[in-house]
Design a protein around this ligand. Structure first.
Ligand code: ATP
Length: 292
C-alpha cells in the first residue's frame, strides 16, 4: 500500500467573471511508505494546489487522492497525517502551549502522552522559553516553528508539509532538515513541497518536478547525484615545499593525472568529485533544456 497516491489529478480554478486558471493537468504520483519525497516546482507550478486537494481543502476538477489506501477527501483518512499549510496562521491570543494542547485534544490524545510530548516538541523547536507568550507576539520564523510543532505533536505516520523551510533562517532550516531525517529513521513518510532545491538535495529519497501544473519527472536523488559526477578537483604539493597546485580534470583524465603526479614525486592532498547538483538538474528541467 502506498502512503500517498495521487491519480490523474486536474484542477481548474474558475473565477467570478469566467476567468479560468488551469492549475493542474493529469498529475499522478505515488509516495512509498517510509520515503522522504520532495515536490519541487517554481512559483505557481501547482504544489500548494496539489497539497490542498490531498488535504480536502480544495476540490479536484478530476482525479483522486488517497492516504494509506483511503480516499483522502474523507476526514478519517487524514487522522494519520500531520499537515503544515503554506503561511500558517494561528489563534493570536493563544500561546504555543495552549495551542498544542488544543491540537492534542483534536487528536483525542490523553494528557499522559500529550504533556511530555508537548514539552519535547517545544524544546526541539526552541519555543519552550516563549511557550506562555501569546502567538501574536511571535516572529515569522517562530510562527513557522509552531506550525511544525503542531505537525509533530501527535506523532503521525504521514507528514504533508507545504514549504516547511519557508520563513526560517539557516539555523532553523538545518533544524527542519534534521527533524525530517529523524522522521525517516523512524520509518515515517514525508511529502513536502519546496522551491529551494538545495534544502531538498540532502534529505529526499526521490523528488518530483512540476511545472505549469504538469509533472515533468520523478527521479531518485542518489541517482542524480551519482550520475552527476562531471570531473574531479585534485590538489597536490611537491614534497618539502609549502605551495600547493590545483587541477580540474574530467573523469577520463583523472587516472593519468594521478599517475603523473606520483611519478613527479608530488604528494596528493585532495581528490574531490565535482558533481552536477540537483539544482542544476532542476534548472535544466524548468528552463526546458532537458526532459526525462
Ligand atoms: N484560489 C485560486 N483561484 C484562482 N487561481 C488560483 C487559486 N489558487 C491558486 N491559483 C493559481 O493556480 C496556479 C498554481 O498555484 P499554486 O499556489 O498551487 O502554486 P505553487 O506551486 O504552490 O506556488 P508557490 O511556490 O508560489 O506557492 C497559479 O497560477 C495560481 O495563480
Amino acid at each position: 500500500m502506498q502512503a500517498v497516491e495521487i491519480s490523474n489529478l486536474s484542477k481548474i480554478y474558475r473565477g467570478k467573471r469566467g476567468v479560468c486558471v488551469e492549475a493542474l493537468r493529469d498529475l499522478s504520483l505515488s509516495i512509498d511508505q517510509g520515503e522522504v519525497f520532495g515536490f519541487l516546482g517554481p512559483n505557481g507550478a501547482g504544489k500548494s494546489t496539489t497539497i490542498k486537494i490531498i488535504m480536502g481543502l480544495v476540490k479536484a476538477t478530476h482525479g483522486s487522492t488517497s492516504i494509506m489506501g483511503k480516499d483522502s477527501t474523507v476526514g478519517v483518512a487524514r487522522e494519520a497525517v500531520g499537515y503544515l499549510p503554506e503561511n500558517p496562521a494561528f489563534y493570536d491570543y493563544l500561546n504555543a502551549l495552549e495551542y498544542l494542547r488544543f491540537v492534542g485534544g483534536m487528536f483525542k490524545m490523553p494528557s499522559e502522552p500529550l504533556e511530555p510530548r508537548i514539552e519535547q516538541t517545544l524544546k526541539l523547536l526552541e519555543l519552550w522559553d516563549a511557550r506562555k507568550r501569546p502567538m501574536r507576539s511571535y516572529s515569522k520564523g517562530m510562527v513557522q516553528r509552531v506550525g511544525l510543532a503542531q505537525v509533530l505533536v501527535h506523532d503521525p505516520d504521514v507528514y504533508i508539509l507545504d514549504e516547511p523551510m519557508s520563513g526560517l533562517d539557516p539555523v532553523g532550516r538545518a533544524l527542519v532538515k534534521d527533524i525530517i531525517l529523524d522522521l525517516r529513521r523512524r520509518g515515517k513518510t514525508v511529502f513536502f513541497s519546496s522551491h529551494i532545491v538545495n534544502d531538498v538535495e540532502k534529505i529526499c529519497d526521490r523528488v518530483a518536478i512540476i511545472l505549469n501544473g504538469e509533472l515533468q519527472c520523478v527521479v531518485r536523488v542518489d541517482q542524480i547525484m551519482s550520475e552527476g559526477v562531471i570531473g574531479y578537483q585534485v590538489r597536490s604539493r611537491r614534497s618539502g615545499r609549502g605551495d600547493s597546485s590545483d587541477y580540474d580534470v574530467s573523469k577520463e583524465e583523472l587516472t593519468e593525472l594521478l599517475d603523473r603526479l606520483r611519478i613527479e614525486g608530488e604528494e596528493i592532498l585532495l581528490v574531490e568529485p565535482r558533481r552536477r547538483h540537483l539544482e542544476d538538474f532542476f534548472l535544466s528541467i524548468v528552463e526546458g533544456k532537458s526532459k526525462i
